[in-house]
Design a protein around this ligand. Structure first.
Ligand code: SAM
Length: 232
């Protein structure tokens, strides 16, 4: 069993999973500064919009327990009300993104827990969130697996906000001079909104709102607000 001989079978499996995750997921080959530079570029301007949307939905729902899927560098975490939101979890496949997020927000948000996991390949239950923020993650994961992950980590009454990208006939990766971002081009897929809605319904979530925001390059973000309530 080579260098893993002194660890239990469970630990060995976890190590192997981590190695496979790092090797296979293209997101692990994109430096955070490249991703953020791309997202902030004037042709893209997605970072600013996502920040505003995070703020809007956090203010609207005042969660006690929030879960951010594909948290990246923590864009929008500054809008967490640390007195109301007692638990904040962020999941990402890229460990270095989480390390930077911890540096940026760990001091202010003491309740921030960052987990390095592959959403498409994790059956773990970390928390029972009453608010899930899933922006631009379904483009890169198996939709059904994503909803299974959510189902394992959400409370009976909760809000689920999903933002997806609509290309409106434009190419998926905009020209910003950031070359590394093209590594995820192969894994990117346009998410079918009906498929989202069907999957949300299977875990008891109804669509309660939606909005479309047009971006400078003609693409747009579609944001869907789902809710489930144990009292209904
Ligand atoms: C397009 S970025 C979106 C980041 C952030 N939500 C935002 O809106 O700016 C996708 C993020 O999801 C992460 N990611 C991609 N596939 C993942 C997976 N299978 N499991 C966990 N995180 C993943 C990437 O590392 C990246 O941080």
């Amino acid at each position: 069993m080579g260098t893993l001989h002194c660890y239990s079978k469970t630990m060995q499996t976890k190590f192997k999973d981590a190695i496979i995750m790092n090797k296979t997921n293209a997101w692990n080959r994109i430096p955070l500064e490249d991703y953020e530079q791309h997202m902030q570029h004037e042709n893209v301007a997605q970072a600013q919009l996502l920040n505003n949307l995070t703020n809007k939905y956090l203010q609207k729902h005042n969660p006690e327990s929030a879960l951010f899927l594909g948290i990246s560098g923590g864009n929008g975490l500054e809008h967490i009300d640390i007195n109301t939101t007692k638990t904040v979890y962020g999941i990402d496949v890229n460990k270095s993104y989480l390390e930077e997020t911890k540096k940026r927000f760990g001091e202010k948000i003491k309740q921030l827990v960052l987990v390095n996991a592959d959403i498409s390949n994790s059956n773990e239950s970390f928390l029972r969130a009453d608010f899930v923020w899933a922006a631009l993650i379904f483009e890169y994961i198996d939709i059904q697996k994503g909803f299974e992950f959510i189902a394992n980590n959400i409370g009976e009454s909760a809000k689920l906000i999903i933002t997806i990208q609509s290309n409106n006939g434009n190419q998926s990766v905009s020209q910003t001079g950031v070359e590394s971002i093209k590594l995820v081009k192969e894994t990117f897929k346009i998410v079918d909104k009906d498929n989202l809605q069907v999957n949300a319904l299977t875990i008891g979530f109804d669509l309660i709102g939606s909005e479309e925001n047009i971006l400078p390059n003609g693409k747009s973000f579609l944001t869907y607000e789902f809710g489930r309530d144990k009292n209904i």
